[in-house]
Design a protein around this ligand. Structure first.
Ligand SMILES: *[C@@H]1O[C@H](CO)[C@@H](O)[C@H](O)[C@H]1NC(C)=O
Ligand SMILES: *[C@@H]1O[C@H](CO)[C@@H](O)[C@H](O)[C@H]1NC(C)=O
Length: 183
């Protein structure tokens, strides 16, 4: 194997590889007899972390570009997701601000969760009310402090029991809350 410089021509049919440790491209003439790769050479290459690259398909420059593009699209995806989450929760923050301006006392998350849990736990609540309570709880338990409170209030136990409900809607929403609280 011999190192080759960028743009350097190699004879047609040469083996070309990218040495991932040094970043160099290396080339050698094909084995004349059968063209098959030597299994010992194959193993050695694997051990050294080298990868064969067909010089006709990719230059190292192109590979670098492709890698950069992959990173970019990953970043863009993450940004889009953050944006989506922000959009979803901004109205609630605005609502809080507006309430504060009006000097209305806002309930703490803790107080709200106590109410939602007792709504869910009450035998006087309808199925729809219970489902709605779970749906709202799911929003609160995303925050780690709320999730800890949820556990100490006995909410987690209730929701786990809810997984055994005969009502599919309750099961589904109990699982929904449980997932958020556990994460
Ligand atoms: C749920 O209701 C039962 C019976 O009314 C009560 O014993 C229990 O403490 C309640 N659990 C929670 C977490 O409020
Ligand atoms: C759900 O019901 C099954 C069968 O009655 C029982 O073995 C299991 O412990 C229950 N799980 C919960 C979380 O209550």
């Amino acid at each position: 194997w011999q190192s080759i410089r960028t743009g350097q021509a190699v004879p047609a049919g040469s083996h070309v590889r990218l040495n991932l440790q040094t970043g160099d491209r290396e080339a050698k003439l094909p084995d004349s007899e059968n063209g098959k790769s030597d299994p010992r050479e194959e193993r050695r290459r694997k051990r050294l972390g080298k990868v064969d690259i067909d010089s006709n398909s990719f230059t190292s420059q192109e590979l670098k570009k492709a890698l950069a593009k992959m990173k970019e699209s990953e970043k863009a995806e993450r940004k889009a997701h953050e944006e989506e989450v922000r959009k979803k929760f901004r109205p609630i923050e605005q609502l809080k601000e507006e309430f504060e301006k009006l000097n209305v006392k806002m309930e703490t998350d803790y107080e709200i969760m106590v109410k939602l849990i007792s709504k869910f736990n009450s035998s006087a609540s309808t199925l729809d009310e219970k489902v709605a309570a779970l749906y709202d709880l799911e929003y609160y338990v995303h925050q780690v402090d709320n999730a800890k409170d949820f556990l100490s209030m006995g909410g987690l136990r209730l929701v786990i029991d809810g997984l055994n409900s005969t009502e599919a809607m309750l099961k589904e929403h109990a699982a929904f809350v449980l997932g958020a609280a556990l994460s």
